[in-house]
Design a binder for this molecule. Structure first.
Ligand SMILES: Cc1cc2nc3c(=O)[nH]c(=O)nc-3n(C[C@H](O)[C@H](O)[C@H](O)COP(=O)(O)O)c2cc1C
Length: 210
């Protein structure tokens, strides 16, 4: 059993899988082991996280209610510090401090890293800890960039417990501004090339195709 299955497949979840007849499929997916050790981040997970410009971060309040917030920043703002640890600089926002307050009572978090352009999603469980900016100046400097702006108030480190990739079904295709800018640049280059080729044909007295 993977660590992911140990955390996510509770008794109630397993019972439902049995009821719905999906338990054998999941048993096969989960592989060997007992899931007591954290799942290390592999090459694919590390590269995927390093390229993301945002993630959904869920925490748990002292009332037991889950809370999810979107965290955004330039690609790479969530740093992969090693194969078990993520970190990011928490920038001052709306000053509700719901995530920060929740983490004081319960460090457990769930993250969702999405790439809508390729319809890929990585789910992750972890334990978050909050660090002051003066505790480790080198770490602060490392996590401080890349940053869109704003004022860093604290660092958040996440010890990764488990992760799993989801199937792409039902993820809508969406493109970021950066993706669209690349596509527009390519279109501009192709249009310029086309115009130059048409001009050459005209200069040779050959009518360019319509
Ligand atoms: C001035 C300002 C700057 C913000 N900058 C960011 C940001 O860089 N990244 C981000 O994910 N949210 C940003 N936000 C949005 C939210 O305020 C931010 O997610 C906030 O810290 C929410 O935390 P909480 O939901 O845990 O209380 C910003 C909001 C404001 C008002």
């Amino acid at each position: 059993m993977s660590r992911y299955a140990r955390l996510a497949f509770t008794a109630a979840v397993r019972a439902m899988q049995v009821e719905q007849g999906s338990r054998p499929a999941h048993r096969a997916e989960l592989g060997a082991g007992v899931g007591l050790e954290p799942d290390p981040l592999g090459e694919r997970e590390r590269a995927f996280i390093a390229a993301r410009d945002g993630c959904y971060l869920a925490s748990v309040g002292e009332t037991g209610w889950p809370y999810v917030q979107f965290r955004g920043g330039p690609p790479g703002f969530v740093h992969v510090l090693d194969d078990r640890t993520l970190g990011y600089a928490d920038v001052r926002g709306n000053r509700q401090y719901i995530t920060g307050g929740n983490l004081r009572g319960d460090p457990r978090v769930a993250l969702f890293f999405m790439d809508y352009a390729t319809r890929t999603r990585l789910k992750l469980f972890g334990r978050a800890s909050v660090r002051g900016l003066d505790e480790d100046p080198r770490l602060t400097a490392r996590l401080d960039a890349p940053r869109a702006g704003g004022r860093v108030e604290r660092l958040v480190l996440i010890d990764v417990e488990a992760h799993d990739w989801n199937c792409p079904k039902h993820i809508p295709h969406r493109y970021s501004e950066a993706d669209l800018a690349r596509t527009h640049a390519r279109l501009d280059a192709l249009e310029a090339e086309n115009a130059a080729l048409r001009a050459r044909l005209t200069a040779r007295g050959e009518p360019p195709p319509r």
